[in-house]
Design a protein around this ligand. Structure first.
Ligand SMILES: Nc1ncnc2c1ncn2[C@@H]1O[C@H](COP(=O)(O)OP(=O)(O)OP(=O)(O)O)[C@@H](O)[C@H]1O
Length: 714
């Protein structure tokens, strides 16, 4: 399975949209989605290739696993950097061009500070030495030197403070930009796209990349923003080397200096060789990932309030703990065994403590400086500190570069993920605009089949039926017969594998789902319960009217839910508890006045009351003229007979004009056959297919399974 990638438009974002607001400016609403470049497939291919596990045919690294430092991966990292880093960095730069340029220059400048600092201190020591040696020690001269040093430090801290303020602003804009892109892209993707395991891995790595902007670099992640820190490290390294060169007389003692540097850096290089070996071996296998996933699932289960009642009731506590302990021990065992096997060589070398052995070599230029007549105490101190700084900076540089190597693949995942197009969205040339029909939608399904990914048996097979605009269809049948799946296909939440589905005479695949959904309202069988107020739980049915108490009141009244809302302690503002066991925002012992408001108990609702809230949500827009299809999947399964009748009367009323003409097509799924007889047509489903189709009377007359089910139910 491959994710669908577009190759048409350049990846461009308006810089203004993602600028983080400084004190005076405000950012505007960003564009809806990023277009694609022709390089998107290259980046995606390189990202995918980097996940291939060495020496294991067909096996892929789990999402987030480190890429081994191999030649092949270096080439892939180069491809990703070439195709995506420049583009991304240009976008980030475009958010605040001046500030970003200043930030980069300041980073180079900041890299020079440590060398300046060492140099300045060496000058003070020299000055002191000459003052003491000459016997003309004067406090004024010393104070002068101190004042110059203080001034230098003040200047340094002013630059530091400006640089870090500037960096925060640029960083926040960059962070907002990537987080926004990530959110936007997540919200655009449909269920079939998200069901693709490759897409899921891509999104997970893309998510890691986005999180790296939150300062998670310590976890072997590096955002492109942090690339500028490499500049600072490089400038710091060059500054120290320059100081060392000038101290040892430039090229005169270059050989000695090189010996000194190499001997100081040797332990580090050996360690790094061991490190890279560890890296190449530390690929996470599927088995490890599964163990980690299981461990995480068990941990969430132990902490879950939602599952608590069943955990208590079925006495799952000891089982959870036992299973968690087994997986945790397995994970810890793996973690412990890895470094021992993989880094035996560097471990052995580090035990010998090479730095101590090579100490004499490091001092060769020191001896040369000492022999020179112009040797000063300051020079010696500066030489010592510069050697240490070179080692320290090199360590940082290696770590940062190593992180950058991993970061490149995550960046590739981000760039590739931005180009994923929702599976259900038709290509531009095939798209047909959905046109509102005054009598509702007309449906013609022929030989529809669908198998859920990973299932062997199809959920739907050879479904054929037709429904005229304005008709009402009841879908009935046994559990698992495919009713909800058919509903999701009609709603264009799922695609079908075979067959044809015409809506208003046009292939449903040619409608943009976003546009099609604007003409539908629905209650899903497993509708959402939001941990929020009643008002928001209902208002999401039409976000334009979410703030309107009148619109929400009307929806509540259509669903006959007034008494439920009126009985709640804070009416529409009552916060609803989705767990069904009551919850508080703060522990009850916090009883000061400031917290009392927030600590109020979230109100629980019965199953039927929740169902009325879901129906109210659907009714937020059900009566609007542009709505052509009302689809309800067991909307009244938890309602009493009286409430159920009222809901169906409302559905009937809003799907007809004042003169009684149908204005909307209605489809409902039900197990109550007394309700099904209200419909113009009934589809009886069994084992994924429609076995009987017709009016209630026709099906009763046919004496088939519908008739048997009907007789059994009444
Ligand atoms: N997300 C899914 N992934 C895999 N298989 C699924 C999924 N959802 C449903 N199925 C399978 O598809 C078949 C049809 O399920 P569906 O939910 O459409 O049945 P239904 O007729 O609505 O059942 P019920 O009356 O119990 O609500 C079942 O065999 C079910 O196991």
């Amino acid at each position: 399975m491959m994710c669908q990638i577009l190759h048409s438009r350049p990846m461009l974002f308006s810089a203004d949209d993602f600028r983080f607001p400084s004190h005076r400016s405000t950012f505007q609403k960003p564009p809806l989605k990023p277009p694609a470049t022709s390089s998107s497939d290259l980046v995606y291919d390189a990202w995918l290739a980097s996940r291939v596990m060495p020496r294991r045919r067909g096996a892929l690294l789990v999402a987030g696993a480190q890429r081994p430092l191999t030649n092949a991966n270096t080439k892939l990292a180069y491809t990703i950097t070439r195709e995506c880093a420049y583009d991304l960095l240009m976008h980030l730069w475009g958010l605040h061009p001046i500030r970003t340029t200043v930030m980069m220059c300041l980073n180079i400048l900041r890299g020079l500070f440590p060398a300046f600092r060492g140099y300045s201190q060496a000058m003070i020591i020299d000055e002191l030495q000459s003052l003491v040696a000459s016997g003309h020690f004067t406090w004024s001269r010393l104070l002068h030197l101190m004042a110059v040093e203080i001034l230098r430090r003040v200047l340094e801290s002013l630059i530091e403070s400006f640089a870090s303020d500037n960096e925060t602003l640029v960083h926040n804009s960059a962070r907002f930009f990537v987080e926004y892109q990530q959110m936007d892209q997540r919200l655009r993707l449909d269920i079939p796209t998200l069901a693709d395991p490759v897409v899921r891995d891509l999104l997970q790595e893309s998510d890691l990349f986005v999180r790296s902007f939150n300062g998670m670099g310590g976890f072997v992640l590096l955002s492109p923003f942090d690339f500028v820190h490499i500049l600072a490290l490089l400038s710091e390294l060059f500054a120290h080397i320059w100081v060392l060169l000038s101290l040892t007389g430039g090229c005169q003692h270059l050989g000695a200096l090189i010996i000194s540097l190499v001997s100081a850096l040797l332990p580090l290089m050996l360690k790094w060789c061991g490190f890279s070996q560890t890296l190449s071996e530390s690929v996470s296998s599927r088995e490890e990932a599964r163990t980690a996933e299981r461990q995480e699932k068990l941990r969430s289960l132990a902490y879950s309030d939602f599952h608590r009642p069943e955990i208590i009731l079925f006495g799952l506590g000891p089982w959870i703990l036992r299973s968690w302990a087994t997986t945790r021990k397995a994970m810890l065992g793996k973690e412990n065994s890895t470094p021992l096997q993989e880094s035996s060589m560097p471990l052995f070398l580090s035990q010998i403590n090479i730095s101590d052995l090579l100490f004499a070599l490091q001092n060769i230029p020191l001896v040369i400086i000492l022999q020179s007549s112009s040797t000063s105490l300051g020079s010696l101190a500066l030489y010592r500190s510069s050697i240490q700084s070179v080692v320290f900076t090199m360590t940082n540089l290696i770590t940062t570069t190593r992180m950058a190597f991993q970061g490149v693949f995550l960046m590739g995942a981000f760039c590739a993920a931005m180009k994923i197009q929702p599976r259900l969205k038709p290509v531009k040339e095939n798209t047909v605009r959905y046109r509102h029909r005054p009598r509702g939608i007309q449906i013609q399904a022929s030989n529809l089949s669908y198998t859920y990914p990973g299932n062997k048996e199809p959920a739907l097979r050879d479904i054929s039926f037709s429904l005229e605009a304005g008709e009402t269809l009841a879908i009935v049948g046994y559990n698992g017969s495919g009713k909800s799946t058919l509903a999701k296909i009609l709603l264009r939440i799922l695609d079908f594998d075979k067959g044809n589905l015409l809506v208003n005479g046009i292939d449903i695949r040619r409608y943009d789902p976003v546009e099609y959904h604007r003409h539908i309202t629905t209650v899903f069988q497993g509708f959402s319960k939001f941990n929020s107020t009643v008002k928001e739980n209902i208002g999401v049915g039409d976000v334009q009217k979410m703030r309107s108490n009148a619109a929400i009141g009307k929806a509540i009244s259509l669903a006959g839910a007034e008494t439920i809302v009126d009985s709640l302690p804070h009416g529409l503002r009552t916060k609803l508890d989705t767990s069904g066991f009551g919850s508080t925002a703060l522990p009850p012992f916090c009883n000061n006045t400031a917290s009392s408001k927030t600590s109020r108990i979230h109100h629980g609702l019965s199953g039927g009351e929740w169902q009325r809230i879901a129906i109210s949500r659907a009714f937020m827009r059900a009566d609007q003229p542009e709505i052509d299809l009302l689809l309800f999947d067991e909307p009244t399964s938890s309602l009493d007979a009286h409430a159920q009748n009222k809901v169906f009367e409302t559905i009937e009323r809003i799907s007809r004009s004042d003169s009684g003409e149908p204005t909307k097509t209605v489809i409902f799924i039900t197990h109550r056959l007394s309700t099904a007889r209200r419909a113009d047509k009934i589809a009886m489903m069994d084992n994924g297919t429609i076995t009987e189709f017709g009016s209630h009377e026709e099906l009763l007359g046919a004496c088939g399974s519908y008739a048997a089910l009907y007789r059994a139910s009444v």
